[in-house]
Design a protein around this ligand. Structure first.
Ligand SMILES: N[C@@H]1[C@@H](O)[C@H](O)[C@@H](COP(=O)(O)O)O[C@@H]1O
Length: 241
């Protein structure tokens, strides 16, 4: 595990953008795994600046996303499709058909999850960006999820619904289910960058870095990944020596 301690959120975002940008520009990675949530917004802002500065075309890149809410259409403002368009896709030239997310509106979500798993497996993710839930979740793999899990339909933990309610008008509007890449799917990525910011993540991050590897805290599995870099700010790392 490589750990980069950033002074603050802005610095975390910049360090992450620099790292990912290098993978895109110098290594021309083919498949980039993306994350949503509050944490990566600054990272997207920074990497867009770098892409625009060099007029770097990304027309060859495929992106996959960790998850999508069930029941939200791509143009619903809280869907992860809409998030990705708003924070990243509208600024780059990745063709629409290469921007891959699970379909939260599928009539058969279990079938959609299987389709997405196969797609991600066939593409092979070169670099996956991850955030961290306050309860240690990655993607939407809540505490208790199997480390062997593939992409599937999952119920969100009440604490996750609570944490994500800030993006919605009312808590009742937060979907109760999502399609998420499984932990095994995520662990197949060749390289992983985990971002964490703020004191609310300190407890979970401490477990991820130093805790026992347990399905009770999904992020702890990352200790077993061969190429993981954690970029976190001081607050998030405040409980780690
Ligand atoms: N499904 C997402 C995760 O992919 C994200 O990493 C996490 C943390 O979110 P935030 O960055 O807003 O704290 O929770 C969300 O529910």
């Amino acid at each position: 595990m490589k750990i980069i301690k950033a002074a603050n959120y802005e610095n975390m975002s910049k360090r992450a953008a620099d790292l990912v940008y290098r993978e895109l520009k110098e290594k021309q990675i083919q498949v980039l795994g993306l994350a949503t949530g509050g944490t990566p917004i600054g990272f997207y802002q920074e990497i867009i600046k770098e892409i625009q500065r060099d007029s770097l075309s990304l027309d060859w890149l495929y992106t996959v996303n960790l998850d999508e809410y069930i029941g939200l259409s791509p143009d619903h403002r809280n869907s992860y499709h809409a998030y990705m368009k708003k924070h990243f896709f509208q600024y780059v030239d990745i063709p629409l058909e290469q921007q891959l997310l699970p379909d939260g509106m599928s009539a058969d979500p279990d079938k959609e999850a299987k389709r997405y798993e196969k797609l991600v497996e066939e593409l092979g993710v070169d670099l996956q960006i991850l955030g961290l839930g306050q309860n240690g979740h990655i993607g939407f793999n809540e505490p208790g999820s199997s480390f062997k899990g593939k992409t599937s339909v999952v119920d969100l933990a009440p604490s996750t619904i609570d944490a994500n309610a800030r993006f919605f008008e009312a808590e009742e509007e937060v979907p109760k289910q999502a399609i998420t890449m499984g932990i095994a799917t995520i662990m197949r990525s060749r390289k992983i960058i985990l971002l964490a910011s703020g004191a609310e993540k300190a407890e979970a991050l401490k477990e991820v870095i130093t805790g026992e590897v347990t399905e009770k805290i999904p992020g702890t599995i990352l200790q077993q990944h061969l190429d993981i870099t954690i970029i976190a700010d001081k607050e998030a790392l405040s409980l780690v020596e």
